[in-house]
Design a protein around this ligand. Structure first.
Ligand code: ADP
Length: 527
């Protein structure tokens, strides 16, 4: 019988606060005890996974096989009788999504820097025979050097016909799904990824989605028609690239190979996107925990023992073949992983227009239609509940010329409207921090005033919260008591200039619904 214990994890890592949560997992900040290196620990309760366990195995299997400068690294997997822990490279910069909304939208130049990294990651992932299939700015994290790392490979395997429930639960936002995918046609994974990359590029350049609607059937129709607006700030070159990527007919879409040296991508650069891995080849073994324990001394974390950016060349060479993924059970059982395989169906495409970087560019042919319709109706239900709970009417707002007000401007507005409150402030003072992109600067200097104003707004918006000092851990619930959204707001003091700032962090829930909700809170409070 497996031992139900976290001791195996705690033997190697200190575990700190929750830094994110997804459909399946809670992600906590951790620190490797021997080296002091920070890690992200993705924690999954087996009993909650149920039929989704294969998705986790898919993710682990994919991440074992992927080692690239723009793909989040998997260092270690630990299984106990009740939990699975994935120890990952820590990306302190948060999600690309939050970065976009903090800035409203990105300039073409900044977008290009990020987009080249996204192309690099996808060209590599495709070259390994995988399609990601859940590309969105929430699944791109920013590391300490402001570089992107792709996460969430749980949907990268071929969906199996009949596992509707599993796919329903796993379903990402349909807003990024290619038309052929939502129509239930056989599709090529890499082509569907290029569509999603087009949606992502649009979100970077515009700060909102090309296809969006609270009603998922309307959204579905918009995607299949492939019509979207081109805001006036888009350059002709950007409009052209978006159009080439968001072609309804996948055969007319650009390929990842074509993206590598596309004129838009090359602007200001002298070389095409470098997509080959700069990391050494990893070899993985499944081992008994005894063997693994002996080999922990060779683990990348132990060997690093210092920030990874130092002496990368030399260290990478010495690390070669030592980055074995240790997959263990606490009682010595090996957490059995399926043998490496391509996640795609083996049925070949009729078209010869394969992506050169995608040797295993196979068709995915499943009863996707039922899956997507189930998925859409499921998401439609949960989203309408979210909206009912939050009283968000983002559809209405989008009818105006500007799709979303800037979160930053909204917050500034709220703060200008602040009135002194009689409520007693917390005992400890607010944290002093440096300006970060997820911190909104205000022109105020009284943190208690800002805090009290936010405290008075949240109940009006049906947002429950727990206050700990100047941090508010907020959540919304569906009618059935399910937590639909979780985020943190922290009132803090910025150092230069010394003004009050509000640090935001989304922990759970659909990113765009979160954006609508926060903006709704802000715009209502500033009336
Ligand atoms: P799920 O598979 O359940 O959807 P994710 O892998 O998407 O979970 O992780 C949920 C969230 O946790 C992410 O959106 C991100 O905010 C955070 N997170 C995940 N991995 C890391 C990491 N390596 N570093 C920092 N934060 C992370």
């Amino acid at each position: 019988m497996p031992v139900d214990s976290t001791s195996e994890l705690l033997k190697h890592y200190e575990v700190y606060e929750t830094i994110g949560s997804g459909g399946f997992a809670k992600v906590k900040l951790g620190r490797h005890i021997l080296t002091g290196e920070k890690v992200a620990i993705k924690i999954m309760e087996k009993k909650d996974l149920g039929d989704d366990l294969p998705r986790v195995k898919t993710e682990i299997e994919a991440m074992k096989n992927l080692s690239h400068q723009h793909v989040c690294r998997l260092y270690h997997v630990i299984e106990t009788s009740s939990k699975i822990y994935m120890v990952l490279e820590y990306c302190p910069g948060g999600e690309l999504f939050d970065y976009i909304i903090a800035k409203d939208r990105l300039s073409e130049e900044e977008t290009r820097v990020f987009f080249r990294q996204i192309i690099s990651a996808l060209a590599y992932v495709h070259s390994k025979g995988y399609a990601h299939r859940d590309l969105k700015p929430e699944n791109l994290l920013i590391d300490e050097n402001h570089n992107l790392k792709l996460i969430d490979f749980g949907l990268c395997a071929k969906p199996k016909g009949g596992l509707g429930l599993e796919l329903l639960t796993c379903c990402g936002s349909p807003a990024y799904a290619a038309p052929e995918l939502i129509q239930g046609k056989a599709y090529i994974g890499s082509e569907a990824d290029v569509w999603s990359m087009g949606v992502l590029l649009y979100a970077l350049l515009c700060g909102f989605l090309p296809f969006d609607d609270d009603n998922y059937m309307v959204l579905y129709r918009k995607i299949t028609r492939g019509k979207y607006s081109n805001p006036h700030w888009l350059s002709p070159a950007s409009i052209l690239l978006l159009n080439q990527m968001m072609q309804v007919d996948p055969k007319r879409r650009l390929t990842v190979k074509q993206l590598l040296d596309h004129p838009w991508v090359m602007k200001g650069y002298s070389t095409p996107v470098e997509w080959h891995s700069k990391h050494p080849v990893r070899s993985f073994t499944s081992e008994t925990s005894e063997k693994r324990r002996n080999e922990m001394c060779n683990s990348p974390l132990i060997e690093q023992g210092r920030p990874r950016q130092q002496k990368p060349e030399r260290r990478e060479r010495t690390r070669e073949n030592k980055e074995n993924l240790a997959v263990t059970g606490t009682d010595g059982d090996v957490f059995a992983l399926p043998a490496p395989r391509t996640p795609m169906s083996s049925r070949k495409t009729k078209s010869n227009r394969n992506v050169a970087t995608t040797p295993n560019n196979n068709i995915i042919s499943t009863k996707m239609c039922n899956y997507v319709l189930n998925c859409i109706s499921h998401m439609s239900r949960s989203r309408s509940l979210d909206l009912a709970g939050c009283q968000v009417d983002s559809g209405q707002k989008r009818k105006g010329g500007k799709v979303f007000g800037s979160l930053e401007r909204g917050l500034d507005k709220v703060i200008t409207m602040l009135t002194p409150s009689k409520k007693r402030g917390p005992q400890d003072g607010p944290r002093k921090i440096k300006a970060q992109y997820n911190v909104t600067l205000t022109s105020q200097t009284d943190a208690d005033q800002v805090l009290n104003q936010i405290l008075s707004i949240l109940p009006e918006k049906n947002v429950d919260f727990v206050q700990k000092g100047y941090t508010l851990k907020c959540h919304t619930q569906s009618d059935f008591g399910k937590v639909t959204m979780q985020f943190k707001l922290e009132v803090c003091i910025l150092q230069k200039p010394e003004v009050v700032g509000i640090r935001r962090q989304r922990l759970k829930g659909d990113a765009w619904v979160y954006k609508h909700l926060v903006e709704d809170i802000l715009s209502t409070s500033s009336v």
